[in-house]
Design a binder for this molecule. Sequence first.
Ligand SMILES: [Zn+2]
Length: 219
Amino acid sequence: MRSFPSSSPLPLGARRLPGALCRSGIPFVEFLPFFPVSPLILTNVSSAARIDVAPPRRFRPSVHRALRTWTPCCQTTHPYPKEDHLMTDQELVERAFTMLQYSYVPYSHFPVGAALMCADGTVFTGCNVENSAFGSTICAERTALVKAVSEGHRDDFVRIAVVGNSADYCWPCGACRQMLYEFAPELIVLVARADHSFVRYPLHELLAHGFGPKSLAQG
Ligand SMILES: [Zn+2]
């Protein structure tokens, strides 16, 4: 935890958030994206300054959403399930395994968990959610993906773990490969099986010659 008084100059890469005050009326400072130390630190500048983790500047709607629910300065808020460090492959796989318990799979009885990690360490999780209208079912990977995109992440996905309790590796289906390809053709995909061992592939190998936004270019 770092702090600096309101009278001191701001650190390199930081700027005040115009009009952004916590409930105690104290202005916030955020670090600009790509700040070398940590792009995700939102600083509460006061005589007893406190730093909390928040989304980077380009995720402005999320920042404002976080600020609306900000608690007084003596408390800590973590708007995102951000991890303290970048998970290892195995840790990301284990995180995905924790999602199996939430799967809604009354029809297939085949729970799947996913954990999608962004460049800043934020991890979005998902599980498969089935439906009596089978076509309305959504996979774990797409659950995690839409959670991430709906929270402002789009171009910073680095790894995803896909896990199941199957003897064979729990390969992502074609629809999930396509959805992920839209945002991150270079995404690293960790595919695990019941014994928690996993294999590692770049998405563009799992979806060779994939169709993406560039494919729509005309001329
Ligand atoms: Zn799928």
